[in-house]
Design a protein around this ligand. Sequence first.
Ligand SMILES: [Zn+2]
Length: 63
Amino acid sequence: MVRINRENRSAFYKVKCQDCENEQIIFQRASTAVDCVVCGSVLAEPSGGNAKIHAEIIEELSE
Ligand SMILES: [Zn+2]
């Protein structure tokens, strides 16, 4: 049996902007604020480890 250690994998979230319904992919551990590309509202803010998400998370994407 081969086991692959994937503890350090990074993840992305597919989120929907609550203001304009734009869907956008953002990095789970974003180190800078992420704005909606359409309306400019803040979708995620850095907060130490994982970013604080202000948008609706539709899906979690690994790797
Ligand atoms: Zn927006």
